[in-house]
Design a protein around this ligand. Structure first.
Ligand code: FAD
Length: 401
């Protein structure tokens, strides 16, 4: 038998997962002069996409997403009750959402990360720790990585979280989406959201037109879909608002889907050996299930902490990367998620929907859909001997690498 010699490589930081969180963090660390290995089991980051790509106003304001990769601005949201019923029409005088060309955004972020000096290995899976090192696998070959720190950017069911003995997501929705070629581009695009506990148990079903494609999706608690999310998606598509007949019948150009952690930011997201970001850290709004803004912000904060830990050669700095502290700011949204999760019948949702039509209900709906904040500002990375929770990060425009 031929023994294939294993690769042995050495980096400051190993980042597992080249989703938006991992790409953004890897580029940020490399720009600060650290050596970074970024691996992903996908051999192409533009495939197996797990997001619709709706970016909220706050992200658009604070991060330099490439303009050419963003669809038209959306200022209108229609909320629909279960079954036939008049929607609640919300309108903002600001550009609230834009749907990104996610494959293009990942490709641009990957090119930027490489440009910053990140070593990227695609088609390479994280296997686990081995003594003081980490083992990856690429085409059947073991790669042993010696790294000062490891970052789990490996999604909702993070193996890195498990191996570092950190918290793991337990409250998970599952989402499924069809991407269809748009046959019309509305002058004033609408984000259609249907609150139906059968088609989207515990969450909502949506239709949004990005000018090129129409995204039709649903998400909910997996065990509560009567016949699973794919059947629910087919049922929804047959009746969904915002689709013309041609689009309703069209073959999909892509199917997206995946788990969405909605239990709020996890408490224990760091150890002296590494930390978690993005979905792996539960950095998703428990109420809206939006994870793109949180994953960018938490990645920026993680860059600050890792940079300091590497510069000071002090792993204790990572204790300041504290999910329990940030989680407190999610308390209201966690409570609202619990309330939404309890609605299992269409009659109850219809009754609740009537409340949304009252002035306070409408105010609450606008407040949620057109929120000014989606993720708490992180504390500054700790300087030795300083108060780790003393101040907030300045909101600097930062590129999505
Ligand atoms: C259907 C759906 C629609 C959504 N729509 C929106 C939206 O419109 N707006 C919004 O704000 N949020 C949305 N979300 C949530 C948002 O997309 C996520 O929160 C965000 O993309 C998480 O990014 P991430 O980088 O943390 O994780 P991911 O994008 O999941 O990336 C994790 C990466 O880790 C890799 N990986 C995993 N395990 C290993 C391993 N062992 N070895 C190597 N690589 C590994 C995976 O291949 C993957 O590339 C949606 C989620 C879903 C499921």
């Amino acid at each position: 038998m031929t023994v294939v010699p294993e690769d042995h490589v050495e980096y400051d930081v190993l980042v597992v997962g080249a989703g938006l969180a991992g790409l953004h963090l890897a580029g940020g660390l490399a720009e600060r002069g650290h050596s970074v290995l970024l691996c992903d089991r996908r051999s192409d980051v533009t495939t197996s996409i797990r997001t619709t790509g709706i970016f909220v106003r706050r992200t658009l304001d604070d991060f330099d997403l490439p303009e050419r990769l963003l669809g038209p601005a959306i200022r209108r949201v229609n909320l629909y009750p279960p079954g036939p019923g008049v929607p609640i029409e919300l309108a903002s005088d600001r550009d609230e959402y834009r749907v990104g060309d996610v494959a293009g955004i990942y490709a641009a972020a990957l090119a930027d990360a490489r440009g910053a000096g990140v070593e990227v290995r695609l088609g390479t899976s994280y296997v686990g720790p081995c003594e003081d090192e980490f083992v990856l696998r690429h085409e059947g070959r073991r790669v042993v990585v010696s790294a000062r720190f490891i970052v789990g950017a490996d999604g909702a069911r993070s193996a890195v979280a498990r191996d570092l003995g950190l918290d793991s997501n337990t409250d998970l929705l599952v989402g499924a989406e069809d991407v269809l070629r748009a046959t019309h581009a509305p002058d004033s695009p609408i984000f259609h959201c249907v609150l139906d506990p059968v088609l989207a148990p515990g969450y909502l079903a949506w239709v949004v037109n990005d000018g090129t494609h129409v995204h039709v999706g649903t998400a909910g608690y997996p065990r509560r879909f009567p016949r699973g999310p794919r059947h629910a998606l087919a049922d929804f598509r047959a009746l969904a608002p915002g689709l013309n007949e041609e689009e309703r019948q069209a073959r999909r150009v892509e199917r997206r889907g995946g788990a969405i952690p909605v239990g709020g930011l996890l408490r224990r997201i760091s150890s002296g050996r590494g930390l978690l970001i993005g979905d792996a850290a539960g950095a998703v709004s428990p109420l809206t299930a939006g994870g793109l803004d949180p994953c960018l912000r938490l990645s920026d904060y993680a860059v600050e902490c890792l940079d300091e830990a590497l510069t000071l050669d002090d792993p204790a700095v990572l204790t300041g990367y504290d999910g329990a502290f940030l989680r407190q700011k999610f308390a209201g949204r966690v409570a609202m998620r619990a309330a939404l999760a309890r609605v299992r019948r269409r009659t109850v949702m219809t009754a609740g929907f009537a409340l949304l039509r009252t002035p306070p209900g409408r105010w609450a709906a606008e407040h949620i859909m057109f929120a000014d904040r989606s993720f708490p500002d992180a504390p500054k990375a700790r300087k030795r001997g300083s108060n780790p929770r003393g101040s907030v990060l300045p909101v600097a425009r930062s590129g999505v690498r």
